[in-house]
Design a protein around this ligand. Structure first.
Ligand SMILES: [Zn+2]
Length: 260
């Protein structure tokens, strides 16, 4: 049992580290296999000693060992978050296929959500947040494949993905009414369809509502801090957040509604 906990944490850190490679390279069109990791400033390859998740960041005090360029704290934070979520999923669902399924879903969603967030924050290089289509399309596809041999089953996945896509029109409609702009794109709809394919119809309703609430709350905070009413929030991170929260809060909520 204890050994298993360590394995899950290490797996989480390794996947988190791989995620950092993906969220940097996918929107910039760099191959995800070659070249091996390099420093974005001095372009020197990162040796294995400097590539140990979290540990290298602390040992090198958040700087590149070759040129001294600051490394964003987002990288170790993303690694720790992935490890923490993998661990929580394991503690919630035990040693089972469902655990692997949810870890897989969480990884895909974090990649899409973090790519959306980091490209949105990198205004110098990107006009708006990028959601990698390969990942959201892959999310829907993989959700169906998993549904063949894990709950909630194939028909739920079908209803969930169609429902998720359709229900996204509701927050999109209100967004447009309030801001008089198109706020959500096809990528967001596909992302929600992916959540539905993994979780089912009723859960995806929960995800739609929660991600809209998270979006409004974050929007209020962002407007209060930046005083910029025109700021366009990326919606991807909200979908990722809400879907992962469902894994832990979903059961009591469903029971409260009388569905379990
Ligand atoms: Zn460097």
């Amino acid at each position: 049992m204890e050994n298993m906990l360590y394995i899950v944490i290490v797996l989480g850190l390794v996947f988190g580290s791989f995620m950092n490679v993906l969220i940097y390279r996918i929107p910039r069109g760099i191959s995800i296999i070659l070249p091996s990791s390099f420093c974005p400033k001095c372009r020197k390859p990162i040796r294995w000693r400097s590539n140990i998740p979290v540990v290298s960041f602390i040992v090198q005090r958040g700087r590149c060992i070759s040129c001294g360029e600051r490394i964003s704290w987002v990288y170790p934070a993303a690694e720790l978050l992935t490890a923490l979520l993998f661990l929580l999923i394991y503690l919630f669902y035990g040693f089972s296929l469902v655990t692997i399924k949810y870890c897989f879903m969480t990884f895909m969603m974090l990649v899409a959500g973090f790519t959306d967030l980091t490209t949105k924050l990198d205004a110098a290089n990107f006009e708006c947040g990028v959601i990698p289509e390969a990942f959201t399309t892959g999310l829907v596809f993989c959700g169906f494949v998993w549904a063949f041999f894990t709950p909630p089953g194939f028909y739920e996945a079908l209803a969930g993905s169609a429902g998720g896509m359709f229900m996204l029109l509701i927050p999109a409609y209100f967004y447009k009414v309030f801001t008089k702009r198109d706020g959500m794109g096809d990528a967001d709809a596909l992302f929600m369809a992916g959540a539905g394919a993994f979780l089912g119809l009723l859960p995806v309703l929960f995800v739609v509502i929660l991600s809209a609430v998270l979006g409004v709350l974050t929007g209020i905070v962002v407007i209060a801090v930046t005083k910029n009413r025109g700021y366009m929030l990326p919606f991807g991170p909200m979908v990722a957040c809400a879907s992962v929260l469902f894994l832990f809060a979903g059961d009591p909520v469903m029971r409260l509604l009388g569905y379990k």
